[in-house]
Design a binder for this molecule. Structure first.
Ligand code: C2E
Ligand code: MG
Ligand code: MG
Ligand code: MG
Length: 285
């Protein structure tokens, strides 16, 4: 019904599903519909620790299979979900689903992996966010130490004071806090150190530089050492090649996440990977 608006006579969206949608009201309606009709799904991308090679974490990444639009990538709808506040119920669904899933994995054996969930600033500054997270943890029976919330650098720059207190309260309960996409923004270290961050995720743009530019290689390594020096766990995002892997091993990066090991997987496949715990040879060595 987005396609042709009848007597209003406009069509903002025509045919190809990759065309960006501009019309907020229609998008909002589609997102509400999606929430009511369970059109969302979570995929899970493994985070591999390099020290003792194994799956240490899974990052939950939302997928939207719309009967109207087809598959819509998160980058195409998260912003609109934020602008319309729909990210609050969507984010709660993500958190509950992710916690339930990881809890079901723990019931079948080990106490790994942990689950990483992306959080929008709109959720964080919303009312009773801390209480909502703790409620969901209680409801699903997942211990807080198995949950990691990922926040982004841009979010931190914009709303440091608003979110520092809420994150500290979550941290006091044992929830882990990761700074996502590090290096994409321009946050100062003094700012970052005011937050109770436990994990630093180095952005793909830094990892991409590793094989090509010898000059930039020490920079990524220095970031790893600096972050570890202040007690953070470091995850490299977007690892795609063995030369990147070698470099990250050399600099003792804690974890890698990227297509080299695995794309984000549907729940059943992620469960199989965790259960069989097999890793590609070059990562295992
Ligand atoms: P992110 O949190 O930084 O997630 C990593 C993104 O990089 C994912 O894209 C993942 O599929 C992709 N990726 C992982 N490894 C590789 C690789 O080796 N190469 C390349 N080229 N890409 C890789 P995705 O799933 O499309 O998500 C995009 C962004 O949307 C996420 O970036 C996150 O900011 C946001 N997002 C996803 N799910 C959620 C959610 O549940 N809530 C919120 N608020 N944001 C979400
Ligand atoms: Mg993330
Ligand atoms: Mg990221
Ligand atoms: Mg991101």
């Amino acid at each position: 019904y987005v396609k042709n608006r009848g007597k209003n006579g406009y069509a903002f969206y025509d045919g190809a599903l990759s065309v960006p949608l501009q019309h907020r009201a229609d998008m909002e309606r589609l997102l509400r519909h999606a929430l009511e009709n369970m059109e969302f799904e979570l995929h899970y991308q493994p985070q591999i620790s390099l020290g003792s090679p194994r799956i240490d974490g899974l990052e939950a990444l939302i997928r939207w299979n719309s009967p109207v639009l087809g598959r819509v990538a998160p980058d195409q709808f998260i912003r609109i979900a934020e602008e319309t506040q729909l990210i609050i119920p969507i984010g709660e669904w993500v958190l509950r689903t992710a916690c339930q899933f990881i809890r079901s994995l723990h019931e079948n054996g080990t106490d790994r992996p942990i689950i990483s969930v992306n959080v929008s600033v709109v959720q964080l500054i919303g009312q009773r966010y801390v209480e909502r997270v703790l409620d969901i943890l209680r409801e699903t029976g997942l211990e807080p130490r198995y949950l990691e919330l990922e926040i982004t650098e841009s979010m931190v720059i914009e709303s440091l004071d608003l979110i520092a207190d809420k994150l500290s309260r979550l941290r006091e309960h044992g929830v882990n806090i990761a700074l996502d996409d590090f290096g994409r923004g321009f946050s100062s270290l003094s700012h970052l150190m005011r937050l109770p961050i436990t994990t630093l995720k180095i952005d793909k743009s830094f990892i991409e530089q590793i094989p090509e530019s010898a000059e930039d290689q020490p920079l990524t390594g220095l970031i790893i050492r600096l972050a570890q020096g202040i007690g953070l766990k470091v995850i490299a995002e977007g690892v795609e090649t063995y030369s990147q892997l070698d470099y990250l091993k050399k600099y003792d990066c804690d974890c890698i996440q990227g297509y080299l090991f695995s794309k984000p997987l549907p729940a059943t496949l992620a469960r199989d990977w965790v259960r069989t715990a097999s890793l590609p040879g070059s990562i295992s060595q």
